[in-house]
Design a protein around this ligand. Structure first.
Ligand code: ADP
Ligand code: MG
Length: 173
């Protein structure tokens, strides 16, 4: 059965292109197709929509803080039995097994595996995927508008004669 899922590299890990590429490679090796992808930034409102089923749980405040702490990287992924295949690739919430993204990435980075601040999200049902993708598409649009505004501001600074040479490429991941 062909399905669509939503995969999101969470903040901190989404700052590394190497990690994003490794997750994409694993998805593609499993026959999954990435239909759309973008950096995004969750605000409190959209974090609570995405994780609505967890509001009120003891870990919710730290989960919301984490998701809103920095940019994330969202992907719409399609494939045969995508929901289950991707959940298996990512690994379970607690004590993920070796060979899964949630185990292998912290291990490769030499950092502790954490339950809340884990590497990645993937949809647990077609219904969740639909909801999460709707939020992703809103955030993608906002992120792109924000980037356009930033570029316009930078250009304005340049043309107004500033000799401040900021080079974004200095930031190597
Ligand atoms: P999954 O991401 O595997 O679908 P859940 O939907 O149950 O897991 O939980 C959403 C996210 O909330 C998890 O990915 C994790 O970041 C965090 N989380 C879940 N359970 C706990 C817990 N018991 N303690 C701390 N954080 C948790
Ligand atoms: Mg879940």
């Amino acid at each position: 059965m062909k399905q669509i899922s939503y995969v999101m590299v969470k903040p901190y890990f989404a700052n590394s292109k190497v990690i994003i590429d490794e997750i994409k490679r694993r998805l593609q090796l499993s026959g999954m197709k990435i239909m759309d992808e973008s950096y995004i930034r969750y605000d409190k409102k959209r974090a609570s929509m995405h994780y609505s089923e967890h509001i009120g749980k003891s870990f919710y405040p730290e989960l919301e803080d984490y998701l809103t702490s920095d940019k994330a990287y969202g992907m719409i992924v399609a494939g045969e039995n995508a929901i289950q295949v991707i959940r298996e690739l990512m690994g379970q919430t607690k004590n993920p097994k070796e060979g899964t993204v949630r185990y292998d990435i912290p291990k490769a980075l030499g950092i502790a595996m954490r339950i809340t601040e884990n590497v990645v999200h993937s949809s647990d049902s077609e219904e969740s995927a639909k909801k999460e993708i709707g939020i992703f598409l809103q955030l993608k649009k906002e992120y792109s508008n924000q980037q356009t505004n930033n570029t316009a501001k930078t250009n304005k600074t340049k043309t107004s004669g500033s000799n401040f040479n900021k080079c974004d490429d200095d930031f190597v991941l």
